[in-house]
Design a protein. Sequence first.
Length: 459
Amino acid sequence: MPQSIGFFGAAETVTGSRHILTINGRRVLVDCGMFQGPREIRERNWDEFPVSPSEIDAVVITHAHADHIGWLPRLVAQGYTGPIYATPATIGLARISLPDSARLAEEEAKHRAKIGSRHNPPLPLYTEEQAYATLKRFKPVKYGELVELPGKAQFRFHPAGHILGSAFAEIFFENGERIMMSGDLGRFNTPILRDPTMVEFSEYLVMESTYGDRLHSEEDPLDKIALILSDAVATGGAVIVPSFAIGRTQELLYYFRQLEDQGRLPRIPIVIDSPMAVSVTHIYAQAKEEHDDEMQVAVEEGRSSLEPSGVSLVRDREASKALNRQTGPIVIISGSGMANGGRVTHHLLRRLDDPSTIVLFTGYQAEGTLGRRILEGEPVVRIHKQEVTVRARVEKINALSAHADQGEMLHWLRGFKTPPRRTFLVHGEPPAQAALQEKIRQELGWDVVIPKHGETFEL
Ligand code: ZN
């Protein structure tokens, strides 16, 4: 068996992407994500890695979201000493996000030590020091550059259009066959970034399926944002936006700026309450090589497409707490994007029971997260051990998703000139995966499988 693939994360779930390719006896790990969501899934972060980290020869990372890179520091702490290949922009984002996620874990461990925990003493998943040690292992690889991998394999990255630096990894085996690892597939015709690359050939395909059973609505995000903001101004309420620091926040800023340019942005203070989002926005604005045509023109003309006026940036904790006391209309954009932690939980705790509040979701809400419970209309939710009655209005803008919907995935798949011999669906909840599998079989007649956690396939 010269090559095989094993699925050890994001199998029948949306987080914890970890796929191990065994090529001529050597091991290449594609993505090393953190498990997020309900406790029973999060606890997998504490499990031993399925193969000893010292026996992995190389790591290839598709993009900088935590569910694709968030477990790297633990892999390194447990003995991984090889290279971690990623695009330069992914590395730039990881420099911000990995130490940040370590600091959060350390703070949380301290907090649990104070309130008493069944783990004694409570430990962080990894430390800031371990995150910095991980950053030293990164090796930048530009889109299109061919890089040698152990086992006489090679790979190159192609733009995936999902977030800055996101890539498909096309991995070639010694026999000339290849496997395309989609990472997360972005959307077509969205602002700031270029569209996903169309792919014509690959013997094997590993594809995400987050929105495999859904079509994003055709609504114009600008109209919807304008409406929500004017409602907030009318009622004097707050708009709380749980937002992913990487990607979504920058798109929101882009839309606010467009509304402003069109004279449709009402006078309302907009606060980005996330130190990480502030740093990431700078990286987005500077990454010229990844900008789409409109963004390039704006940059050349000296317009700051990611800087609407009236936006203030909050880095420190005290200023964040002070927002709780602020009355009148305000937009608070804060992490985490699924409201399963981070500063946004404090804003929700303070304002969810107020009927003038609008909670605006901008992305996928995984099973078991606070975001999912609010979105599904639970009347009472628990936040930081307190019960809160949900009186706020809940809105969602699907058009802001960074993931392709079913139609866009099929559009991308139709770009293949020859069907892959086998397509593996990962990174989706079972209903979404089943729907997409059925659709691909019906419309394209391809061989599509949904791997189970821990399952391995010969290639
Ligand atoms: Zn992603």
